[in-house]
Design a protein around this ligand. Structure first.
Ligand code: ADP
Length: 163
């Protein structure tokens, strides 16, 4: 049986921390589906189509990484995709409490689906999409923190808002 992991998130935008996790996960799973939540509540900088395109471009070297939008209950989506695991990243203790809550709730909703946590490389353990957006919005360089496509998209986005 194909071992499929679902990696859900907002990915606004996709960073090298996310990418680090995907690369670790494809060593363990046969396929990783990056499941992008539209996230109306968070007022994303990039709309869903922009995020999907950037994530696809960032992962084009991997045949076993798929990128899709999803809405609704995560465990229902995982079941539909025949996934066996939900992949989440743990950067620091600050991530832990919320992730533990989510993992227990998802287990309660479907006991067959495991949540698997992975830690990124140390250099990305401080990295969040929010901090990347903040730095880029003030014209700071985010080179090396995000894939090249994302760096370009951030520069374009903030150049446009300044013009
Ligand atoms: P959310 O689900 O809160 O919208 P994100 O889209 O920011 O979160 O991230 C999706 C997942 O990736 C989460 O599990 C988050 O902990 C993880 N993640 C975010 N940034 C990093 C990073 N720098 N290194 C490892 N994992 C990360």
């Amino acid at each position: 049986m194909k071992k499929i992991a679902i990696y859900p998130g907002t990915f606004d935008p996709f960073t090298n921390g996310h990418f680090d996790l995907v690369k670790r996960a494809i060593c363990i799973f046969d396929e990783v589906i990056i499941a992008v939540a539209p996230s109306g509540r968070k007022h994303p900088l990039f709309d869903i189509q922009e995020r999907l395109n950037l994530i696809k471009a960032s992962n084009k070297e991997f045949k076993n990484v798929k990128v899709e939008a999803f809405t609704g209950l995560l465990v229902a989506y995982v079941k539909k995709k025949k996934g066996i695991a939900i992949l989440r990243g743990l950067r620091a203790v600050s991530d832990f409490e919320y992730e533990l809550q989510m993992a227990h709730m998802n287990r309660r909703l479907n006991t067959d689906i495991e949540t698997v946590f992975m830690m990124p490389s140390e250099e990305y353990s401080f990295l969040t999409s929010s901090i990347v957006k903040e730095v880029a919005s003030f014209g700071g360089s985010v080179k090396g923190l995000v894939p090249d496509e994302v760096e370009k998209a951030l520069n374009d986005k903030f150049k446009k808002t300044k013009d």
